[in-house]
Ligand binder design. Structure first.
Ligand SMILES: [Zn+2]
Length: 189
């Protein structure tokens, strides 16, 4: 009986440690990489650069040379997942995260693109139509990176930018007038 109790204890401990590892990994995935900036203005300059690069890549992609392949339409000029990964890596220096997020954005682009195509809105031969599609997709991707759900959080790059409070030294994802949210609250008390 005692042996059985010990055995189930070991199994239970193993199970717990496995679950803890899973949770840690999931948390890591959720949190993503952190990039330390002097202040929020500095982070917005860097994010503006990301937005510009995304726009440039997507415009080249949409206006590029297309042909039919087994997996649907294929653009010969731009390897999109690779380009997106590169832009995200330049910002975060995190290879694994940039690779995964590049694919998430690529899926988003394909979804917007296929929806417009299925609805009969896209005409690749037509310059105006291509410009319109480029504008919609660029907006969709940049919203995902910078605006999120329109309220607090949700934007991919919001979670990556952190700042050091000049007062308490804490690393926080918000900073104004040199100090973190908590120090602001203390000041207003
Ligand atoms: Zn502080």
């Amino acid at each position: 009986m005692e042996g059985l109790v010990k055995c189930s204890r070991v199994l239970y401990d193993n199970e717990i440690s496995k679950k803890m590892k899973e949770i840690t990994n999931l948390k890591k995935q959720l949190n993503g990489p952190k990039v330390l900036f002097k202040d929020m203005d500095e982070s917005w300059v860097a994010r503006e650069e990301v937005a510009k690069e995304i726009e440039k890549t997507l415009t080249e992609y949409i206006k590029g040379n297309w042909h039919e392949s087994n997996s649907g339409l294929f653009c010969e000029d731009v390897d999109l997942p690779d380009s997106l990964e590169h832009i995200l890596f330049n910002f975060t220096k995190d290879k694994e995260w940039s690779y995964k997020t590049g694919y998430i954005l690529h899926d988003l682009i394909k979804t917007i693109y296929n929806s417009l195509k299925d609805a009969g809105i896209i005409d690749f031969e037509d310059e105006d139509s291509a410009n319109l599609i480029a504008a919609i997709i660029v907006k969709g991707v940049n919203n995902h990176l910078h605006e999120g759900d329109g309220l607090w959080g949700g934007a991919i790059l919001d979670n990556c930018c952190v700042f050091k409070c000049d007062d308490c030294g804490k690393i926080d994802n918000w900073k104004e007038d040199g100090i973190c949210m908590e120090c602001h609250e203390k000041e207003t008390l």
